[in-house]
Design a protein around this ligand. Structure first.
Ligand SMILES: [Zn+2]
Length: 412
């Protein structure tokens, strides 16, 4: 039976979100945590955007070193042949690409303003796929932007052309969050049956259904006989009302009625890492986790009313669908209430040695400590908030990679 995979798009859709962003080091930490969690692929950025080049290259080096392994790192670009050339010029070792173009009449009309037809859009996509193939990409996905508002007969022709020219996957983008579980199931099943290509499900929450639609869409693809790739973001952060939340979607696959056991992940996602990755994304984006967030919200395992508290104390399964330790909760957390020495862009060697000493990081000599401190200062310039322990440890362990991540040289 066909299986489900996760392609997390926090480092692409998440950072496109208005008012929010991540530093290159934070993006790298997200890739590391996604890898630890067992996520199949991270859409790690924009290979045609100049300020991403060194970050993307550094992360591909981490993959080569085995630090980011087995996760796949995929870039997002427009389905334009010239953009494929630019991507390979800026990031020559990139191996996985998703090529995006609008397919609905609304967007073809409304964005190209009469300059392009459906056939032109298909031709542009085909040229881009062939260009990507000519560069020896290991996998190419084609994104049908606004697929949910695209006429099915055209979507089938578009996806068939993508497949014929070497694309491995079609991304069905419910760009505006227009679908509901009933419609997306029919659409993805029809596509899978008629085109015979694995399908990515990319859902947005404008009507509050991103997670439900992701499940229904994946079910449609699998019932149509193909593998399904769900696009998620951590804490659901994404354009406008956001995307399908990684943890909630993984929980729904593992725990929801009738889904469990029948529709499976190709490899399990370690939900025990949910707490850590969710908290990091919240800190990095500076967006609090809602109190009622599935699995990781402060109230997800809180009970106060008489009947509920009594019931859960007698047997947690009375009022909890899953246990807090399944999502990595339950460890006590130490919060410093007294003196705090934090990292910052103006940190000096004494404070820095103190911070690193608390984490038992030994330095060979003062020169080495100074070099790592200098990198930490630059990381702070970008993040504008104290680095967390894992970030400092990363810099100390991979100073050359960190140097690359932190190098921004504009206007060259
Ligand atoms: Zn999106």
């Amino acid at each position: 039976m066909a299986k489900i995979y996760f392609i997390d798009v926090t480092n692409r859709d998440g950072v496109q979100t208005a008012r929010l962003g991540l530093s290159k080091l934070e993006k790298t930490m997200i890739n590391i945590y996604l890898n630890e969690m067992g996520v199949f692929q991270s859409e790690f950025g924009f290979p045609t955007t100049k300020h991403e080049s060194l970050y993307l290259q550094a992360n591909l080096e981490l993959a080569k070193m085995g630090v980011l392994k087995p996760i796949r790192l995929g870039g997002w670009i427009r389905a334009v042949a010239a953009d494929v050339e630019k991507a390979f010029k800026l990031v020559p070792t990139i191996k996985h690409l998703n090529l995006s173009i609008s397919t609905s009449d609304q967007m073809i009309r409304g964005k190209f303003l009469g300059a392009k037809s459906r056939q032109d859009v298909t031709n542009m996509m085909v040229d881009a796929v062939e260009a990507a193939r000519a560069h020896g990409t290991e996998s190419v996905g084609v994104n049908a932007e606004d697929a949910s508002r695209t006429k099915m007969d055209f979507l089938i022709r578009f996806a068939s052309a993508a497949k014929e020219h070497g694309a491995e996957r079609l991304r069905y983008c419910d760009t505006l969050g227009y679908d509901n579980p009933f419609t997306i199931y029919e659409s993805t099943k029809t596509l899978a049956e008629n085109v015979g290509i694995p399908i990515e499900i990319h859902c947005h929450g404008d009507l509050g259904m991103a997670v439900a639609n992701s499940l229904a869409g994946a079910k449609g693809v699998i019932d149509g006989g193909q593998d399904a790739y769900i696009n998620s973001t951590i804490n659901g952060i994404g354009e406008r009302a956001g995307n399908a939340d990684l943890v909630a979607t993984a929980l729904a696959i593992a725990k929801s009625k009738g889904f469990t056991g029948k529709y499976r992940l190709a490899k399990p996602v370690k939900l025990t890492k949910a707490w850590k990755i969710s908290r990091f994304a919240s800190y990095a984006f500076e967006v609090p986790i809602p109190i009622n967030q599935p699995g990781v919200g402060a109230n997800a395992f809180a009970h106060s009313s008489g009947i509920h508290a009594d019931g859960v104390l007698k047997d947690p399964e009375n009022y909890e669908l899953y246990s807090f330790d399944e999502v990595g909760r339950g460890e006590p957390e130490l919060v410093e209430t007294g003196r705090a020495i934090c990292s910052g862009e103006y940190t000096g060697i004494s404070g820095f040695k103190h911070i690193m000493g608390q984490m038992a990081v030994p330095f060979d000599d003062t020169g080495q400590a100074e070099r790592v401190l200098e990198l930490a200062r630059y990381a702070n310039v970008e993040a504008q908030k104290p680095l967390i322990e894992d970030e400092l440890l990363f810099i100390a362990k991979y100073p050359e990679i960190a140097r690359k991540l932190l190098t921004l040289t504009p206007l060259q």
